[in-house]
Ligand binder design. Structure first.
Ligand code: NAG
Ligand code: NAG
Ligand code: NAG
Length: 418
């Protein structure tokens, strides 16, 4: 309060609080009520998929011997952002309960779980074990392909006397895939999200450059407008550099944490078990010697792991200036850019980011304040990557300042955003 004077004419403010405080408050009073699926489905955009980890993983009865699942990814590996088409074929009886999960890493164990019911009980889960112990990044029903259930893509697998006696069906789905460093596989399930069983797995797909420096975002470290912190994620632990201004550079400090760190802390499930995903290495460096209300460019990385694009950014005005143009919002979250579902989706977040990007392009924004409830990863760590990728077109260009909300009570410890 009082450190900025804000002109009435250029004041842009969005407040998008959706009352999540009230619901989390009641959660500490009534965890089982809070965790009930109906409650979540009705009052938030938490999908049915959210409770997948509570399902017993059974065997599929009579799987088709012709099943195949393949992708169109190129032999050189996955890029940093692309759409992967997943092709399922050889299905004898297409069912509305058939679905495909994107799993990462590919060697994660889907068949059995920690024999520790206490961890699950912490989440209000009293199902019998084993459950799905590694939570998929996302998933989609095969029926999203309108030709799947109607078997438009029919193939003949067996002929007798020139007549087809066995024919199968298939379909394909498109997944938006971003570089999350660890390799991925697509797994065909049946039984829906309620009684899942595994039918077939694709070959593992690797990212071309799992070490790539990505998802850079900037934040002010004081109110002078002369220094900006850049934070990014990479698969590589050696320090990298930010290069900015006219030939200036700074070396990054690097940090990370392991699943063991999570286990030895007091954090509850799922961050330390079925929600775990390797966070890579978090690099951060401060660009100093800048001028307030000015444009500069920067890139981050190293010759060995590669560089980000050259990014234009703007410093905010110095404290005490007559005018500060900022956007403030809370509760944004993230959403998939394909037809799949994730454990927790905020569909409006994509249009919010697009609107913010438009404001930045028009030069209307000096700073962004995301005042709590940031990614809604809530212990599913890979969703921080999805969120950082979603905000990077804006967070890499003006200072993106965050405050913690009730959904970051644990998550902020996992991946500080600035
Ligand atoms: C949830 O929504 C459904 C469908 O709108 C409704 O039938 C049901 O009563 C709601 N349940 C709760 C607990 O609000
Ligand atoms: C795979 O298919 C998708 C369409 O679903 C397309 O956008 C993408 O470019 C294809 N990838 C390759 C490597 O051909
Ligand atoms: C899917 O795979 C089948 C069998 O391998 C093939 O015949 C079909 O053309 C593929 N469909 C697509 C959309 O790639």
């Amino acid at each position: 309060m009082g450190s900025y004077r804000v002109s009435n004419y250029s004041f842009v403010l969005f407040i998008l609080f959706l009352g999540s405080f009230a619901s989390s408050f009641s959660s500490s009073l009534h965890p089982l009520v809070f965790n009930s699926k109906v409650e979540h489905l009705n009052h938030t955009a938490i999908s049915e998929f959210r409770v997948l980890n509570r399902r017993f993983l059974g065997d599929c009865p009579n799987p088709s011997p012709y099943l195949k699942i393949s992708t169109n990814s190129s032999a050189s590996g996955l890029g940093d952002e692309e759409y992967v088409s997943v092709n399922v074929s050889g299905v004898l009886r297409p069912s509305k309960d058939d679905w495909v999960a994107m799993i990462s890493p590919s060697h994660s164990d889907m068949s059995s779980c920690l024999a520790n019911g206490i961890l699950y009980a912490q989440t209000g889960d009293f199902e019998k074990l084993p459950l799905l112990c590694h939570y998929p990044v996302k998933a989609a029903y095969m029926s999203n392909d309108p030709d799947y259930l109607s078997c438009k893509k029919k193939e003949c697998k067996k002929y007798q006397n020139g007549r087809c006696v066995v024919s199968t069906c298939g379909g394909s789905l498109s997944f938006h895939v971003i570089n999350i460093r660890t390799d991925i596989e697509f797994v065909l399930f049946s039984g829906g999200f309620v009684a899942p069983c595994i039918l077939k797995k694709s070959n593992p797909l690797k990212f071309t450059n799992p070490n790539k420096p990505l998802y850079g975002h900037i934040s002010s470290i004081d109110s002078t407008g002369t220094s900006m912190r850049v934070t990014w994620v990479s698969g590589h632990k050696e320090p990298q550099q930010v290069q900015y201004g006219n030939g200036k550079k700074q070396t990054s400090g690097v940090t990370t944490f392991s699943q063991h760190d999570m286990k030895s802390s007091a954090l509850p499930s799922p961050a330390k078990d079925f929600g775990w995903h390797d966070p890579g290495f978090i690099h951060t460096a401060v660009m100093r010697g800048l001028k307030p209300s000015s444009s500069f460019s920067y890139r981050y990385g190293s010759d060995s792991v590669g560089w980000s694009d050259q990014i234009q950014f703007r410093t905010p005005p110095a404290g005490g200036s007559d005018e500060l143009k900022f956007l403030a919002f809370g509760d944004m979250g993230k959403a998939p850019r394909d037809s799949s579902t994730m454990h927790y989706i905020q569909p409006g977040s994509l249009s919010v980011i697009q609107a913010v990007a438009n404001e930045i392009n028009s030069g209307n924004v000096d700073s962004i304040f995301h005042i709590g409830d940031i990614s809604y990863a809530t212990g599913f760590l890979v969703e921080w990557d999805l969120f950082l990728q979603q905000i990077s077109p804006v967070a890499s260009r003006v200072s993106y300042m965050t405050a913690i909300g009730n959904h970051e009570r644990y998550a902020l410890l996992l991946l500080p955003i600035h």
